[in-house]
Design a protein around this ligand. Structure first.
Ligand code: SIN
Ligand code: FE
Length: 302
């Protein structure tokens, strides 16, 4: 797995970066490649997260222009700041990855204000343990999780450790994590009936997560990897220091990752359609379906 450094992409010839990302590499920009005013960074760094109503991070939903994790008094100003950040980072990403941009869906943007080193969190929430991402509340139905991070700390790097891409980890551990049982259950008459019922209820607007078997497996795998001492201890790992001002893009469901130190990161998540990939066979769902020989997606495309 490589860090692909892009120094001056604005001057570069157009290049299709999809295969680089899909194979489990990180695209790295030493300087922030979109407009991010100093005043925005200063404002975010100055927010007080030490109070009793502790917000662990700020989340912004571009589709509905909603923000959570902030005090009511600061809401309006921060919503405007996030709207601007999200718009700029997405415009940059669309220029960089036009073939994804045609079909992608914007997910949350977030600000991570806390020092990552030494955070006291339950195992499943610890991001210093190597894992692939899956969102409990936002199933992706076989599409991919692209995340764009920017380190806005004035002096400190954000330190990540990653490991070999999903295909290798899944070959070794997916069955151990229960892939075959989950696939068989989903393909059974009861399983399909349950999937259809949940899909219909969610279609009616009921607040129920319409998860495919793939989504359920990925949630399980996230936790399985964090709890697997052998994997955490023995697998090849690659350490990266992302300096202040740098930006990096990565499929966090393809690349197992962990964050070890660093503070003040901005992040935008985008869900990339599997059929916009340069090679859809590299999608985690395709890899898992090959491994278990069963379909893992129901009828919902998104
Ligand atoms: C994550 O594990 O997805 C978070 C990484 C980070 O905050 O740098
Ligand atoms: Fe993660």
């Amino acid at each position: 797995m490589d860090l692909i450094t892009i120094d001056t992409w604005a001057d570069a010839q157009p290049h299709d970066y999809r295969p680089d990302l899909e194979s489990g590499n990180v695209l790295f920009f030493p300087a922030t490649p979109f407009s991010l005013p100093e005043a925005t960074k200063e404002l975010l760094r100055s927010l007080d997260f030490s109070g009793t109503a502790v917000h662990k991070n700020i989340a912004y939903r571009p589709a509905s222009d909603r923000i959570t994790g902030v005090d009511a008094g600061a809401e309006e100003q921060l919503r405007a700041v996030f709207k601007d950040y999200s718009r700029n980072v997405v415009r940059f990403a669309a220029d960089l990855l036009p073939d994804y941009a045609k079909k992608w869906k914007l997910d949350y943007a977030s600000f991570r204000p806390l020092e990552e080193q030494g955070r006291d969190l339950p195992t499943n929430k610890r991001n210093d343990l190597m894992h692939t991402d899956a969102f409990p509340s936002r199933p992706v139905h076989g599409n991919l999780i692209l995340r764009i991070f920017t380190n806005i700390h004035p002096t400190k790097s954000r330190v990540w450790v990653t490991s070999d891409p999903f295909t290798k980890v899944a070959e070794r551990y997916a069955k151990d994590a229960g892939l075959d049982d989950l696939a068989a259950e989903a393909a059974s008459t009861m399983g399909r009936l349950r999937g259809q019922t949940v899909h219909a209820m969610s279609g009616l607007g009921l607040p129920i997560a319409d998860r495919s078997a793939y989504d359920r497996f990925m949630l399980r795998f996230h936790e399985y990897l964090k709890r697997n001492e052998e994997y955490q201890r023995d697998w090849a790992s690659y350490r990266f220091e992302f300096p202040p001002g740098s930006t990096w893009l990565v499929f966090t469901d393809v690349v197992p990752h962990s964050v070890h130190s660093g503070q003040h990161a901005l992040e935008q998540t985008i869900i990339v359609a599997r059929d916009s990939m340069a090679d859809p066979e590299k999608a985690p769902v395709s890899i898992l379906q090959r491994l278990c020989g069963k379909p893992l997606l129901g009828q919902a495309a998104w």
